[in-house]
Design a protein around this ligand. Structure first.
Ligand code: SF4
Ligand code: SF4
Ligand code: SF4
Length: 307
């Protein structure tokens, strides 16, 4: 009797953990990745590695390069961005957007915002899809800007006219860069803030524009989980072009989905229309986060190799 009671109590205590086991493992992995990506704090040197994540290479403790930054940097120096494109194609077509779900600091940051006790909202499926075009529009705009800067450099030998954005135009407004780099430097140096001071006259104006953009993003992600990932992130938008064909990805087994409870879709932070797929979830927003696996009591969903 006593053993049975202990078992029952243990099951009651462990149930919430087991019900969120993937979320717990993923959160641990995300924090470990955050530590590694800020490895300079722990004495880890910079690593010659480019990852498809939103994290500024100019951050105070950054160890790696973001692929989207590498893409802009190459283009503005009039070099074809072989490396950055290869990283997006390789990661996207092999792992899909797994780096978004498990490694990206901006993704972790947004996941933490989900704990703010404010009622989360959803948008309609067509709106979710339409808004995701903002990310693609940003990519196109930044690629054109980088091309213009690169060709200006080639023709005139200088690109200083483009000020703080001369190497990476998106860097001047990038909320991830503001969050993980600019704010730190601003708090550290205040009015002595050096980098922008050399690049453009009115750096304070740019700083407050950056801050304004970050605040908008913060409001959005508080109300709509992973809103930045879904609708605005250029790295996510590029990865999404390849992730639908990825080798690793989410699958649904419709034979097991007998209850039609909808718990998986309700749990999905990026509103993937999971039940509209027959087998492979090829949605460009899916980050392979596994929240839907945790939510499904029938074991109908799994992350697997898709060939
Ligand atoms: S979509 Fe962008 S911000 Fe979101 S996790 Fe992926 S790279 Fe990071
Ligand atoms: S479909 Fe599942 S794995 Fe993909 S983003 Fe939604 S909850 Fe995460
Ligand atoms: S949670 Fe599982 S059983 Fe429920 S609708 Fe989704 S796949 Fe089907």
């Amino acid at each position: 009797m006593a053993t049975k009671e202990i078992r029952t109590r243990l099951a009651t205590v462990l149930r919430p953990v087991l019900n969120h086991r993937i979320r717990i493992i993923r959160t641990i992995v995300q924090f470990i990745m955050f530590g590694l990506l800020n490895g300079l704090i722990f004495g880890i040197g910079r690593i010659v590695l480019i990852l498809p994540i939103e994290f500024p290479s100019g951050g105070p403790f950054s160890t790696v390069w973001s692929a989207f930054e590498a893409l802009q940097y190459s283009m503005t120096w009039w070099i074809f961005p072989y490396l950055a494109i290869s990283v997006f194609v390789l990661f996207g077509s092999i792992f899909g957007k797994t780096t978004c779900g498990w490694a990206c600091p901006m993704g972790l940051f947004q996941d933490l915002f989900r704990f703010i006790p404010i009622k989360k909202r959803k948008v309609s499926k067509p709106t979710n899809k339409s808004l995701s075009r903002i990310g693609i529009a940003i990519v196109i705009f930044i690629v054109i800007m980088s091309f213009i800067i690169g060709i200006t450099l080639r023709n005139s030998g200088s690109k200083t006219a483009f000020g703080a954005g001369k190497n990476m135009p998106f860097g001047t407004i990038d909320p991830a860069a503001t969050l993980f780099a600019t704010l730190y430097y601003y708090l550290k140096w205040g009015s002595q803030y050096p980098t922008f001071g050399e690049e453009i006259g009115n750096w304070q104006f740019v700083f407050f524009i950056r801050l304004f953009i970050l605040i908008i993003v913060l409001v959005l992600i508080t109300l709509y989980p992973r809103a930045y990932c879904r609708w605005m992130c250029p790295s996510g938008a590029i990865l999404g072009l390849f992730s639908r064909y990825s080798i690793l990805g989410m699958r649904i087994n419709k034979n097991r989905c007998t209850s039609g409870c909808n718990d998986c879709e309700n749990a999905c932070p990026v509103q993937v229309p999971i039940l509209s797929y027959d087998k492979d979830l090829t949605d460009k927003m899916c980050t392979n986060c596994g929240e839907c696996i945790d939510a499904c009591n029938e074991g109908a969903l799994k992350l697997s190799l898709r060939f």
